[in-house]
Design a protein around this ligand. Structure first.
Ligand code: FES
Length: 93
């Protein structure tokens, strides 16, 4: 899992069992740096308040927790990514 700057945007790219996924690097809750979070399978967890995103869809599968509050998560975008030769191609749309 790694953050890349592409066209001025921070993009999080992750290699999950040889397949690459790309989503915005900043959490939809409060701009947490997802590249500093954890990756388990195809799920990335934000280091700030624990919101969890499915990298394959960009969907929030668990909202943030702030103190005792469990908030509703907000989905993020998901970009198509593929390897061609030595290049990783990401479609920012
Ligand atoms: S900033 Fe990511 S869960 Fe709050």
């Amino acid at each position: 899992m790694k953050m890349m700057l592409l066209a001025g945007k921070e993009i999080l790219v992750a290699n999950v069992n040889g397949k690459h996924y790309a989503i915005p690097n900043r959490c939809t809750h409060n701009n947490g740096d997802l590249s500093k979070g954890t990756l388990e399978g195809n799920v990335v967890t934000c280091p700030k308040h624990g919101q969890r995103f499915d990298l394959t869809t960009g969907k929030s599968i668990q909202g943030p927790k702030v103190g005792f509050l469990k908030l509703k998560g907000k989905d993020t975008s998901q970009f198509a990514a593929k390897v061609e030769g030595d290049d990783l191609l990401i479609d920012l749309g």
